[in-house]
Write a protein that binds this ligand. Structure first.
Ligand SMILES: [Zn+2]
Length: 87
């Protein structure tokens, strides 16, 4: 196994956190089991490999839009349609 950068210094990490996983994307936050759609393991385990030379997480990227990203409507949708006079 080697990285796209050519290095073979690939570290594998597996950490059991069960439902105490905290993930955030901007203001959106998740406190639950590890989400399976983010390329960092799933369920009880954070699990991924990364390159010790370039830092890149190994796997297939880009990923599809994650559940976390699509989990909520934009904040205060009406607020964005207010008059432009308020500067
Ligand atoms: Zn690399």
């Amino acid at each position: 196994m080697s990285c796209k950068c050519g290095s073979e210094r690939i570290a594998y990490v597996s950490a059991k956190c069960s439902d105490m996983c905290n993930v955030s994307i901007g203001a959106k936050e998740l406190n639950d089991c590890v989400p399976r759609d983010m390329g960092i393991g799933h369920g009880d385990y954070v699990e991924f490999s990364y390159c010790l030379d370039c830092g890149q997480i190994q796997g297939e990227f880009p990923l599809e839009k994650t559940d976390l990203e699509g989990s909520e409507e934009e904040e205060d949708p009406l607020y964005g349609y207010q008059s432009e006079d308020e500067n």
